[in-house]
Design a binder for this molecule. Structure first.
Ligand code: UD1
Ligand code: CA
Length: 495
C-alpha cells in the first residue's frame, strides 16, 4: 500500500440494524454463528484486519443483544442506534451523524457478508484511494443474482447505477454483476448525497445504493471494483444460505490448514472454527469439530467423531471419539475412545483417560491412567498412578462439591468410590470394591468392604431342580470320583 493510502483517514461503518426476517429467528440475523464467529463478528474481524480503527456499528433490531455482543467482541466499536429501519441509506446517515468529525475514506459494509476477506477489502480501499473516486463499489459476477442489487453500466462500460431487484426492469434483472454491499466512499460527498436521498422506491426506504446514482448524476467518479472470488460477497438472508456459507467457509479453512501441513482425512466432515489453530503433521480424522480457542500441537491425532471446544491438545497426543470442553490434554496423552472431558480437565504428559470416562475439574498427572468406565470429578491424581476400572470420585454431597487427592504411583482397585474430601497417599493401594471415606496413608493398603463368606451347599438346598443346582451337583460328583490329589490351586472339598 502507498504512503498516501497509509496516512489517509479511514473509518468503517457496519450496517447491522436489520431484522433478517427470513431467518425466522428470535436471534438478530447478524448474531447467527458461523464457524467460530457471528456474522457480524466475521465482518468486523475483516474490517479490523484490513482497515483497523474503531468501527461504527448501526444497530436496531435486537439492539440490546447486539450491543452486548459488541462489548464482548469489539469493545472499542461505537454502536449507533437506528430505532426504525428505514433503509441502508438512512442507516449510514445515522452512523455519520454519530461521528461528525469523520473525514477521508469511509468503508461501509453490510453486516451479513461474512466471507469477505481482509485482503479483498484492502484492495477495494486501495482502488478507491488511488483512483480518487467519490465512491467505489465492490461488485461480483454471480451465476444467480436473484434478490441482489444489479450493477448498471453504460454502453461504454461506465458505472451508472445500482438498481435493486424489486425496482429493476426485466432487462436489468438479466444482469449478473451484483452489488456486494461493501463500499468505499469519500466522507464529505457521502454526507452530502445522503441528505438528498428519497424514499421513492418499491420499499419506501432510503437506499444507500441511490447515493451512487446521485454521485454519477453530479459527474463525480464512481468505480466498480470486482471481487476476484464471487463467493466472498455472498450475503445471508435465510438459514439455507447460512448453511451454504458455512460449507464454503469450512472448505476455505480446511484448505488453508492442509496447505499448512495438517492432514484432514475427510474435509467435508471436518469443521474447524476460524479461531482454532493447528500445527503441522496434525491428523484430523473424519467428523471432527474443532471449536473456539482450540489448539492442536504438532503430530497429534484428533478424531474421528470428536468435538473439542476451547481445548489445548499437546504434541503427539491422541484424542479419539471424544467430547471435550475447556480442557488441556498434555503431550503424548491419550483420550478415548468415548471420553467426555468437562471444563477444567488437565491431563499431563502421557496421561490417559480411556473408554467411557468422564472427567471434570480434574488434574491427571504425568503418565497417570484412568483407563475404563469411571467418573473423575474434582480430583487431583498424581504422576504414574493407575485408577482401577469403574471408579467413581464421589464429589457431591448433595449440597457442595469436594476434592479427592490421590498421590503419585498409587494403585487403586477396580470399582472404588472415593468419597470426597479424601486423600490417598503416594504409593498407596486400595482394594477392589472399596468405598474409601478415610484418608489412606502413603504406602498403605486401604480396604473397605465386607469380608467374604461362602455358604456351602446353598444352591442345592434352596434352588433344587434348577440348571445351577444340576451344574453344582455334577461338579460335586466329578470331584468325588477324582482319584488323584486336588488340582494345584484348587480348594479341598469341604468336610
Ligand atoms: C442490499 C443492497 C443490495 C445488495 C445487497 C447485498 C441496498 C438498498 N441494497 O440489499 O444492492 O446487492 O445488500 O447483500 O442497500 N440494514 C440496516 N438498516 C436498515 C436496513 C438494512 O442496518 O434500515 C442493514 C441490515 O441489517 C443488513 C444490511 O443493512 O446487514 C443490508 O440490508 P438488507 O435489507 O439485507 O439489504 P438487501 O435488500 O439485501
Ligand atoms: Ca441482504
Amino acid at each position: 500500500m502507498t504512503t498516501h493510502a497509509k496516512d489517509a483517514a479511514r473509518a468503517v461503518i457496519v450496517l447491522a440494524a436489520g431484522e433478517g426476517k427470513r431467518m425466522k429467528s428470535a436471534l438478530p440475523k447478524v448474531l447467527h454463528p458461523l464457524l467460530g464467529r457471528t456474522l457480524l463478528g466475521h465482518v468486523l474481524a475483516a474490517a479490523e484486519e484490513a482497515i483497523g480503527g474503531e468501527a461504527t456499528v448501526v444497530i436496531g433490531h435486537g439492539a440490546d443483544r447486539v450491543r452486548e455482543h459488541l462489548t464482548q467482541i469489539a469493545p472499542r466499536a461505537t454502536a449507533a442506534l437506528q430505532a426504525e429501519q428505514r433503509g441502508t441509506g438512512h442507516a449510514v446517515r445515522i452512523a455519520l451523524d454519530a461521528a461528525p468529525e469523520l473525514s477521508g475514506t469511509v468503508v461501509v459494509l453490510n453486516g451479513d457478508i461474512p466471507l469477505l476477506r481482509a485482503h479483498t477489502l484492502r484492495a477495494l480501499v486501495h482502488t478507491h484511494e488511488t483512483t480518487r473516486a467519490a465512491a467505489t463499489v465492490l461488485t461480483a459476477e454471480v451465476p444467480d443474482p436473484t434478490g441482489l442489487g444489479r450493477i448498471v453500466r453504460s454502453t461504454g462500460g461506465e458505472f451508472e447505477a445500482i438498481v435493486e431487484e424489486r425496482d429493476a426492469t426485466a432487462a436489468q434483472r438479466g444482469i449478473r454483476e451484483i452489488n456486494s454491499g461493501a463500499y468505499a466512499f469519500e466522507a464529505a460527498t457521502l454526507r452530502e448525497m445522503l441528505s438528498k436521498l428519497s424514499t421513492d422506491n418499491d420499499q419506501g426506504e432510503e437506499y444507500l445504493t441511490d447515493v451512487i446514482g446521485l454521485l454519477v448524476a453530479a459527474g463525480l467518479p464512481v468505480v466498480a471494483h470486482r471481487a476476484p472470488d464471487a463467493t466472498e460477497t455472498l450475503g445471508c438472508n435465510d438459514r439455507a444460505e447460512l448453511a451454504v456459507l458455512r460449507g464454503l467457509l469450512r472448505d476455505r479453512v480446511n484448505d488453508a490448514w492442509m496447505r499448512a501441513g495438517v492432514s484432514i482425512i475427510d474435509p467435508l466432515t471436518t469443521w474447524v472454527d476460524v479461531t482454532a489453530t493447528l500445527e503441522r503433521d496434525v491428523v484430523v480424522e473424519p467428523n471432527t469439530h474443532l471449536r473456539g480457542a482450540t489448539h492442536v500441537a504438532e503430530g497429534a491425532v484428533v478424531g474421528p467423531d470428536s468435538t473439542l471446544i476451547d481445548v489445548v491438545v499437546g504434541a503427539g497426543a491422541s484424542v479419539v471419539r471424544t467430547h471435550a470442553v475447556s480442557s488441556q490434554i498434555g503431550p503424548s496423552a491419550s483420550v478415548g475412545p468415548f471420553a467426555y472431558l468437562r471444563p477444567g480437565s488437565q491431563l499431563a504428559r502421557k496421561a490417559k483417560v480411556g473408554t467411557f470416562v468422564e472427567t471434570k475439574a480434574a488434574s491427571i498427572g504425568e503418565g497417570a491412567k484412568v483407563p475404563h468406565l469411571s467418573y473423575v470429578g474434582d480430583a487431583t491424581i498424581g504422576e504414574g498412578t493407575n485408577i482401577g476400572a469403574a471408579t467413581v470420585f464421589v464429589n457431591y454431597d448433595g449440597v457442595s462439591k469436594h476434592r479427592t487427592v490421590i498421590g503419585a504411583h498409587a494403585r487403586t482397585g477396580a470399582d472404588n468410590m472415593f468419597v470426597a474430601p479424601v486423600e490417598v497417599g503416594d504409593g498407596a493401594y486400595t482394594a477392589a470394591g472399596s468405598v474409601i471415606t478415610m484418608d489412606v496413608p502413603p504406602g498403605a493398603l486401604g480396604v473397605s468392604r465386607a469380608q467374604q463368606r461362602n455358604i456351602e451347599g446353598w444352591v442345592l438346598r434352596k434352588r433344587p431342580g434348577t440348571a445351577a443346582a444340576d451344574a453344582a451337583r455334577r461338579a460335586a460328583d466329578s470331584e468325588e470320583h477324582h482319584d488323584g490329589p486336588p488340582p494345584v490351586g484348587g480348594a479341598m472339598p469341604a468336610g
